[in-house]
Design a protein around this ligand. Sequence first.
Ligand SMILES: Nc1ncnc2c1ncn2[C@@H]1O[C@H](COP(=O)(O)OP(=O)(O)OP(=O)(O)O)[C@@H](O)[C@H]1O
Length: 257
Amino acid sequence: MPLTALNASSAAAPLLELRQVHLRRGATQVFAGLSLALAEPRIGLIGHNGAGKSSLLRLLCALELPGSGQVLSQGQDLQALPQGRLRAQRVGMMFQNPDDQIVFPTVEEELALGLAPLGLPRREALARARDFLAGRGLAGWAARAVGALSQGQRQQLCWLALLLAGPRTLLLDEPFASLDLPGQARLADDIAACDRQVVVSTHVLDHVRDYGRVIWLHEGHVRADGPGREVCAAYETAVARELADARGARAGMRVAA
Ligand SMILES: Nc1ncnc2c1ncn2[C@@H]1O[C@H](COP(=O)(O)OP(=O)(O)OP(=O)(O)O)[C@@H](O)[C@H]1O
């Protein structure tokens, strides 16, 4: 689906929506009444460590269930959708740690897993996986053992698996973290060319600065929400102020001592 169509359909119901969501993880109340409608084709998520970015992504693909409130996919409660095909076609996630995502021993098998919701015979799913790799100049990867890939290569595999599976919304949790510079550029190009909704959590603001929408989470609340350039600039200003205050406080303590 072209991005323009994504935009047009967003006028009806957002692809994903949180309504008054409360979420507790362990001893931490992560969200207390968070509401968000996610309709734009590209959305960035930024904020300090522990702000709630991963928790939000996990809610959006039903890996975490809210204590109260609702997570909706095109107006339907995500929890009420049967696990498997229907849910897999709506939303998929690329994890921060590839080892949380990869389950099969070889690259082609891992890629074929993403096609399982289509109900293809195993042989055909594997053939499609190989074709997909060949189309990206990676034919030699097909039979490679996942355990013999580097961290960055495993992260790349996770992205390829999600891309091949092709849900309507792709949730990417710090997807650039282990990639070398060419890998980061390739992923950025892939995201730019992708005809799906993509939500990216990152600490590298340049990866989302040009997005139409960036959400800055702070301690489980939305601190700013708007065009990427404005929200990233506001975040950078706040971080600079925090650093200056902390340095000032340390200098004050040294003078007092
Ligand atoms: N598995 C867990 N069990 C208990 N609490 C957790 C768990 N994972 C995260 N939390 C808590 O939930 C809160 C939000 O964490 P989350 O991982 O969503 O933040 P984040 O913004 O993705 O952080 P980072 O930038 O470090 O990845 C934090 O206070 C964290 O301590």
